[in-house]
Write a protein that binds this ligand. Structure first.
Ligand SMILES: *Cc1c(COP(=O)(O)O)cnc(C)c1O
Length: 435
């Protein structure tokens, strides 16, 4: 199809023009951090505006009846790949499409979708893949709301689940997948590192096990990459098919929005897009615009936070009032977890577990004495946050399960931001004096 006939069919409302994608200079393939400034957006379509305007509209005007029909063929799945042009803001919009183009770049994904929250992304993924009687096999523990969604909500609709511990070996994964394979496994769902245990999932082993056990149709492997992605882990390269994000965390990075993302092959994304089109879990244009701004500094922010975390953890691990620091940079050389880390990760992240000597009293004294770090749940923002999982995020988890997961009263979860590292160390040093 020529550019002109394409333009005629898709209409002037489409921002999809060939010029909007510079991914090479000479022979050099551009890096994601470079492409975050311009990819997917052509200023000519918006009065020369350097930055994309926020498109506040609920619907888009078709240039012709034929173009409208063609767009709806995409929206309803009659033709795969979504609409060629812009239709209605529950399906797509310029800000969301630019965001999706840029999100996919980090992990070399074929396609991506933006959502109103991490949980709406995960829920839409599940709804698009499972039916009554199916089984979801997952690593454990998962983000609490994801566990609730699988066990309690999908459970009400006749969906079963089976899990294996995040740090499981190939043999342990084989055993669970073989057992599940007697039924219909719709999806294998992973989260790595697991929160708050920090255990990494061996995605390569899960993919090898899946390929060995399922001879015919293979269930896709989806993974929540919120904690390390996209800078420090890119699980599509280890055999995952679909990657899920809470963009609220590192990708948004300023603790000022809630959003989610899903990345993967066009085939899987098309399936998930149809569900999103039906139920309307897309993010709004303003949030998409804020995320475009955030992605421009993603590498800067994550790099700085990662460097800060190394320094802070080095300080904390030798402090006399600290029992243990659960940080991916401190994995025991030669251990299975260190082996997974080497094969799967390029950095240890900036979120870790701090176990103080003592219990809740000591943990609370420390938290209440912090001056720079704020007491809040969430992670991946520019500011350092600290929380008490046993008394906050995991308060309703039964005692035995808390013990099994290492959620003890002396545990403090910390997400390091982009402040000055020595200022942060002073803050922790002073707060430890209050313990
Ligand atoms: C925060 C989080 C979610 C949920 O994301 P929301 O944006 O809060 O809906 C899912 N998974 C992980 C690992 C998270 O940290």
């Amino acid at each position: 199809m020529t550019d002109e006939t394409e333009a005629e069919l898709t209409g002037a409302t489409s921002r999809r023009r060939p010029k909007a994608s510079v991914d090479k200079v000479g022979d050099r393939k551009l890096k994601p951090s470079t492409m975050m400034m311009g990819h997917g957006y052509d200023p000519v379509l918006s009065e020369g505006s350097l930055k994309p305007p926020i498109f506040l509209t609920s619907t888009f005007v078709f240039p012709s009846a034929a173009a409208g029909k063609r767009h709806f063929e995409g929206v309803t799945g009659k033709r795969p790949g979504g609409a060629d042009g812009l239709v209605y803001s529950r399906f797509n919009g310029p800000n969301q499409e630019i965001l999706e183009d840029r999100l996919g770049i980090w992990e070399g994904a074929e396609d991506a979708l933006a959502f109103s929250s991490g949980m709406s992304a995960i829920a839409t993924l599940f709804l698009s893949m499972v039916k009554p009687g199916d089984t979801i096999v997952h690593s454990g523990p998962l983000y609490a709301a994801t566990e609730t969604l699988i066990a309690r909500i999908l459970g009400r609709f006749g969906v079963h689940w089976l899990d294996f511990p995040a740090g499981a070996t190939r043999e342990e994964i084989d055993a669970v997948l073989s057992k599940a394979a007697s039924g219909n496994v719709a999806l294998i769902y992973l989260e790595s590192p697991a929160n708050p245990t920090n255990a990494l999932v061996d995605v390569e082993a899960v993919a090898a096990s899946r390929d060995a056990i399922f001879k015919g149709a293979k269930p896709p492997i989806a993974i929540d990459n919120t904690f390390l992605g996209p800078l420090w882990a890119q699980p599509l390269r280890q055999g995952a098919d679909i990657v899920v994000y809470s963009l609220t965390k590192y990708a948004g990075g300023h603790s000022d929005l809630v959003a989610g993302g899903v990345l993967g092959s066009k085939e899987h994304i098309n399936t998930i897009r149809l569900m999103r089109n039906t139920i309307g879990t897309i993010c709004d244009p303003n949030t998409a615009w804020m995320l475009l701004r955030s992605l421009e500094t993603l590498e800067l922010r994550m790099s700085r936070a990662g460097e800060n975390a190394v320094k802070v953890c080095e300080f904390l691990r030798t402090h006399p009032k600290v029992e243990h620091v659960g940080y991916l940079g401190f994995l025991e050389e030669g251990s299975r977890q260190a082996d997974i880390y080497k094969r799967h990760c390029t950095g240890a992240g900036s979120t870790f577990s701090l176990y103080l000597k003592g219990g809740e009293k000591e943990a609370f004294a420390f938290l209440d004495a912090l001056k720079i770090a704020k007491l809040a749940v969430s992670l991946g923002g520019t500011e350092t946050l600290a929380s008490h999982p046993a008394g906050m995020t995991h308060l309703s988890v039964p005692e035995a399960r808390k013990q099994a997961l290492g959620i003890t009263d002396n545990l403090v979860r910390i997400s390091i931001g982009v402040e000055d590292a020595d200022d942060l160390i002073s803050d922790f040093e002073e707060a430890l004096k209050a313990v």
